[in-house]
Design a protein around this ligand. Structure first.
Ligand code: BEZ
Length: 211
């Protein structure tokens, strides 16, 4: 069965371009973005890996580790990473899982047989420090992902984890947020000392609580 929000992200042992890892041990205490690539030596994946690598300081700032995955060997990944550096000027500075036997891809439901029996789709799993799945996204091989969007979602998840808030449409870090409808008036006054505006009794907004 497909993994759902709130599920425990399956643990696994795998070879990566940074050596063998035991997933839960490797990510201990951190958020993680685990994302799959259809295969090595592909152009869209190349642009994604270079962009993710260039944003690594932003992920670090959010206590978040990046972990790529593709169903090829470490040797193949290493040759591909050389090509990526040559093509984009960017070295990939996080590990890529070598999932040649597809065991991780199958556990994370990254292979969608109506698309391909062999290669993964572009899956994204955002996993919390508690190893629980907080957000997922799935794109076809033909569509490159936006790592700015992944950072935006991470900001929203981390804010919601720290405060009883939700983030409205097109929210960006620093924008006003919505107070969860489950929070009572009394709790809202206590939790949001900057105050809040009740546009309706059920629609309350407050300045960013983390600023
Ligand atoms: C790519 O990453 O460029 C790609 C991979 C598989 C199919 C089509 C494009």
């Amino acid at each position: 069965m497909a993994l759902r929000l709130g599920d425990l992200a399956p643990d696994f042992q795998a070879d990566t371009t940074a050596g063998p890892i035991s997933f839960h041990e490797w990510k201990r205490g951190s958020w993680t973005v685990l994302f799959s690539h259809p295969r090595d030596f592909t152009p869209v994946c190349t642009t994604e890996l270079a962009r993710a690598a260039s944003l690594k300081p932003e992920f670090d700032r959010r206590n978040t580790r990046l972990l790529g995955l593709s169903v090829d060997s470490v040797e193949s990944h290493e040759q591909w990473l050389e090509d990526i550096a040559e093509l984009t000027g960017q070295r990939v500075n996080f590990p890529i899982v070598a999932d040649a036997d597809r065991s991780v891809a199958l556990r994370y439901d990254m292979i969608h047989p109506n698309v391909s029996d062999t290669f993964t789709v572009r899956s994204v799993f955002i996993i919390g420090p508690d190893h629980r799945i907080k957000a997922t996204a799935t794109y076809p091989a033909s569509t490159g992902r936006s790592f700015d969007e992944i950072l935006r979602v991470l900001d929203a998840l981390q804010l919601a984890a720290d405060y009883a808030v939700a983030t409205p449409v097109d929210w960006r870090s620093g924008d006003e947020v919505v107070i969860a409808p489950t929070v009572s008036e009394e709790d809202a006054r206590r939790k949001f000392p900057k105050g809040y505006e009740a546009r309706k009794p059920w629609f309350r907004v407050t300045p960013p609580p983390d600023r």
